[in-house]
Write a protein that binds this ligand. Structure first.
Ligand code: ADP
Ligand code: MG
Length: 234
C-alpha cells in the first residue's frame, strides 16, 4: 500500500485587483501518493500555477486544508512551512529561474545551503544531480552559456538536490522547442521510474498522457480526474 504524500481539501484562493476580488480556486480537492506521477491540465488562466504554488508552499490558500506526509502544513507559520519546503519540495518553473551570476554547479547546490551541508558535501551532491540530468560536464559554466533545454535540465537537477522526493513542475516545456521539450519530459519520466513523486502542470495533452493520472481544472475546480490506479493510504 502506497503512502499519501500530498493532500488538499477544499482549497479556495482569490486575488484582489483594486476593489474586485477574482476567485481563482473554488474548492479544489485531490491527493497524490508516494511515487505517483500526476498531470494537472486546463485552459490558460484556470488556476494551474496558483494551485502548484500552493502545493509548493510558495503561496497560501485563503481557506482549506493542505497536508504533506499527513502533517497539516496549512496551519503552520512561515518558518515551519519553509522548513517543510526545503526538506520535501523540489520546484521546476517554466522560465527555469536560475541565478545568472552563479555557476551551474552553484545553482544546483543552492538548496543544500538551507539544510546546512558544508561546501564539499554541496558540491559533491550537485555534481551527482548534474550527472543524473546528463550535464556534469557543464558544471563550471553559467546558465546563459547553455541552451534552454539544458537550463531546464539544470533546474531539474536543482530540484533533485535536496532529495526531497517530490517534484512540482510548472509547464517545464513552455519555453522550449519540441525536441528539447521531449527530452525534458523523458527525463521526468525516468526520474519518476526511479521513485520521484511528480506533479506536472501542462497544457499539452501529449505530455499529460505520460503521467499515471490526469486532473483537469476548469474555473478553479477539478472537473475530470482519471482513475487512481494505485492504492494509497493517509
Ligand atoms: P494558469 O497557470 O492556469 O494559466 P494562474 O494560476 O497563473 O493560471 O492564474 C489564474 C488566475 O489568477 C488568472 O486570472 C491570473 O490573472 C490570476 N492571478 C494569478 N496570480 C495572481 C496574482 N499574484 N495577483 C493577481 N492575480 C493573479
Ligand atoms: Mg500557469
Amino acid at each position: 500500500m502506497k503512502k499519501e504524500v500530498l493532500n488538499i481539501k477544499q482549497i479556495y484562493k482569490s486575488f484582489a485587483a483594486g476593489q474586485v476580488k477574482t476567485p481563482v480556486l473554488n474548492g479544489v480537492c485531490f491527493s497524490v501518493c508516494e511515487g505517483e506521477y500526476v498531470a494537472i491540465s486546463g485552459p490558460s488562466g484556470c488556476g494551474k500555477s496558483t494551485l502548484l504554488n500552493i502545493l509548493g508552499l510558495l503561496d497560501t490558500p485563503d481557506s482549506g486544508e493542505y497536508y504533506i506526509d499527513g502533517l497539516l502544513v496549512s496551519d503552520m507559520n512561515a518558518n515551519e512551512r519553509a522548513a517543510v519546503r526545503s526538506r520535501r519540495i523540489g520546484f521546476v518553473f517554466q522560465a527555469f529561474n536560475l541565478i545568472d551570476e552563479e555557476s551551474v554547479l552553484d545553482n544546483v547546490a543552492l538548496p543544500l545551503k538551507y539544510r546546512g551541508d558544508n561546501l564539499k558535501q554541496r558540491q559533491r551532491r550537485a555534481l551527482e544531480c548534474l550527472d543524473k540530468v546528463g550535464l556534469s560536464d557543464k558544471a563550471a559554466l553559467f546558465p546563459n552559456q547553455l541552451s534552454g533545454g539544458q537550463q531546464q535540465r539544470v533546474s531539474i537537477a536543482r530540484a533533485l538536490a535536496a532529495d526531497s522526493g517530490i517534484m512540482l513542475v510548472d509547464e517545464p516545456t513552455g519555453n522550449l522547442d519540441s525536441n528539447n521539450g521531449d527530452a525534458v519530459m523523458a527525463l521526468l519520466s525516468e526520474l519518476n521510474r526511479q521513485g520521484t513523486t511528480i506533479c506536472l502542470v501542462t497544457h499539452d495533452p501529449r505530455y499529460a498522457q505520460m503521467a499515471d493520472r490526469q486532473i483537469n481544472l476548469l474555473d478553479g475546480k477539478v472537473v475530470i480526474e482519471t482513475a487512481v490506479n494505485i492504492e494509497c493510504v493517509a
